[in-house]
Design a protein around this ligand. Sequence first.
Ligand code: 13P
Length: 341
Amino acid sequence: MNVEELNKIARAMVAPGRGILAMDESHPTCNKRFEKLEIPTTEPMRRAYRDMLVTAPGLSDFISGAILFDETIRQKTLEEIPFAAHLGNLGIIPGIKVDAGAKPLAGYEAEKVTHGLDGLRERCEEYFDMGARFTKWRAVITIGEGLPSWACIEANAHALSRYARISQEAGLVPIVEPEVLMDGSHSIDRCYTVTELTQRIVFHHLKNQGVALEGMVLKPNMVISGTEASARANVNAVAEQTIRCLMNTVPAAVPGIAFLSGGQTDQEASAHLNAMNSSGRSLPWTLTFSYGRALQQTAMQVWKGDRANVLPAQQALLWRARCNGSAALGSYNEGMESQAA
Ligand code: 13P
């Protein structure tokens, strides 16, 4: 395992003012989003959509890496260039989702554990040969009455650590994503407690499996009120609680933290990241974004599966990328949003 090389890639993934485009939706997730907009759920449509994303002019100004799905890394852009090669040519590091999805956890059916360790070593080697330089594995933790269980956090943390070590041995930087879901009516304090516990256990397992912390990127949820909470915490509270949680759990050896958006609105996701980066606190790691929906949702709504909408859809994507790039530097403000129109 070449820790120096992994560290170089990890630092490039979280370079100042740039973040990661998560475009690795599995077929069910991508198809669900397409169906809502009456876009045909076919392979050529998924290819055309993802082509629209990666050919947006100037994308690399704000995007350091892009997470692909297995189907996409095997496809070519509409100009017949393999997606990974196209990204590499732009200076965007290609990455790949390697988990096989979150499935019901035996004995704890209300909760999920992420599958995908079988054959992972061989798949990682194949993805490296295809040009990927980082991987992603997402675990989901649900907050509810009596949830999460200890068993669920332990099982997911163990799988994350096994995945991370295998990935590093194949020369790929693992994005370690323990996502505490926003679904529910819980308070920000409850989210804090569960997120802190989850991250503590994840780092314990990472250490046990010998994962090089210098060669990984953490992709956590922000500490935030549940989507159905009666009183939602404001932007400053989210920023403060998230930083407090990370300071208590994430070793300084980790080069960077790239948040998921998790169902926040586009503007919320930018405002929260910005508030953390403009807090004036000196932090040991870079804080940036690895957003899926908060980068793509407007672009997909504009595109609607129609070739004629490619340019305005790309402009919508670039706008979110620009806002989040600014937020990663702490220089975003709500006034920027009115310039979009
Ligand atoms: P969201 O930003 O839409 O939460 O997606 C990020 C991601 O990669 C989930 O695994």
